[in-house]
Each structure stands twice: as C-alpha cells, then as structure tokens.
Design a binder for this molecule. Structure first.
Ligand code: ARG
Length: 247
C-alpha cells in the first residue's frame, strides 16, 4: 500500500537520514599495465591491482573511483590532489619516497629484457650496449638503463628511447626500430605474447611494489596497510594470483 502522508511525519523520519558516509578515494592507474591494471575491451578498469583495491575498499569501508592517468605524470597528479593513491605496479624507490609515502610491499619483481626473434641478440649484447633500448618513460627499467648503460658511456643518451606507454615500446621492437626493450617481467610477458619477440634475460633488481600515497595522508596510509594485511591473508589473494597467472 502507498504510504500515507502521516508516515512522512513519523518519528523515524525526523532522525538523521541514512547516507553512505564512507569516503571516496580516487585511485590512479596506468591503463596499459596488464596484468596489474588495464582498461578492458568494455572500457572498464581491470587487473590484479584494480581487484585488490576494490576488495580492500569493501573490507575497510571506503568507495573507489579508478582513473587512468599517464604514467609519467602520475606522481605529480597525486601531489596535486587529482588522485588519492597510485595502485599500479609502482616500485618503491628512494627517489619516489622523497615525495610520496609508500604502503608496505605487496609484490616482488625483476626487470626483463626482450628482443625481436630475428636479431639473435643476447643479454651479453645488451650489457655491451649493442643496440637501441626502449623503455616506458618514468619507469625503473629506464632508470636502470640510464644508470648502468648511459651514465657509464656504454650507450649514448640517444640510444635510450622512452615512450608514454609500453605497447608503443613493443610495437617499435616488433618493427625493429629499437633492438631491446626493458620492463618489469610480468607486464613484459603480457606484451610479447603472440608477437615475434622473446625475453633474453632478467636483471635481478629485486624491486617491490607498493601503493603511493600523499605524505600528508597518514590515515589513508594506515588504512591501506591494514587492508593489504587482510587481503594478503585472505583466500582472495590466492584467487587473484591464479586468475592473473602470477606466482
Ligand atoms: N615498476 C616500474 C616502476 O615503478 C614500472 C611501472 C610501470 N607501471 C605502470 N603502471 N606503467 O617504475
């Protein structure tokens, strides 16, 4: 039956309206970083990190809005308050720690180096600077090449070519405009799949991924650390590892 006007003035109605008082945090991701974060065919964010943050949000009681941002500008976007955290396979580094805080580490990776199937190039060739290297701009793979090949004059600065996202690197490697590509191993595996490209070696950088948060947002940092603890102890963690084929 339809409510009578009386119902509106019933005592309950004078109490504070029930609203969702959970905060909403904007999560910045690179939309081209499978298996951690990517925009799927339906235009929706997906991936290991994306599902992780949604699970943590449910668990810890907040809402999330996921926003794809150019990787190279993702820390400035965090500092400017356009996003509230970066949850997208970001390596915890001392340089980044000068400007943002990181959650506890949730994943370990190394760098990997790939070449075209036709080149016959080896890891020895890579270390000897025998070719142009492609990397995504603002990544630890590119930083490694700067420190270990460019700064030691093993390659000239113009032999390190940086790109906005990794699909562009893989395309140039496939078209033989560059000789090597360097990237975190899990997304590299994804990028070379089905292409005439293969991994020639790994660099044991022992990197760890963390969630980047503004230095002033100490409460959010605690929330995310607690959420990560819960997630990594839950069955969801194993489910995610299986789903995205990660060990
Ligand atoms: N882990 C590397 C870094 O932090 C590469 C990250 C690239 N991540 C991404 N979402 N594109 O520099």
């Amino acid at each position: 039956p339809a409510e009578t006007p009386d119902a509106v003035t019933a005592p309950e109605a004078t109490e504070a309206p029930v609203v969702n008082e959970n905060p909403t945090y904007i999560v910045g991701i690179d939309g081209e970083y499978p298996p951690y974060s990517f925009i799927n065919k339906n235009g929706e964010p997906e991936g290991f990190d994306v599902e992780s943050v949604k699970w943590i949000a449910d668990d810890m009681g907040f809402n999330v809005k996921i926003q794809a941002i150019a990787w190279d500008g993702i820390i400035p976007a965090l500092q400017a308050g356009k996003i509230d955290m970066v949850y997208s396979g970001m390596t915890i580094t001392d340089e980044r720690k000068e400007v943002v805080n990181f959650s506890k580490a949730y994943w370990k990776v190394n760098q990997s180096v790939a070449t075209h199937d036709d080149t016959g190039l080896t890891m020895e060739d890579f270390n000897a600077g025998k070719g142009k290297v492609g990397a995504q701009r603002g990544t630890t793979g590119g930083f490694w090449v700067e420190e270990n090949l460019v700064n030691k004059s093993i390659i000239t600065p113009d032999m390190l070519i940086t790109y906005d996202n990794f699909p562009l690197v893989a395309t140039d490697l496939q078209n033989k405009r560059i000789d090597f590509a360097i990237y975190d191993r899990p997304p590299m595996l994804d990028a070379i799949e089905g292409k005439p490209l293969h991994i020639i070696g790994e660099i044991d950088t022992g990197e760890e991924y963390g969630i980047a948060i503004r230095k002033t947002d100490t409460t959010l940092l605690e929330t995310m650390n607690e959420g990560l603890d819960h997630l990594m102890a839950s069955s969801k963690w194993d489910e995610l590892k299986q789903k995205y084929e990660m060990e």
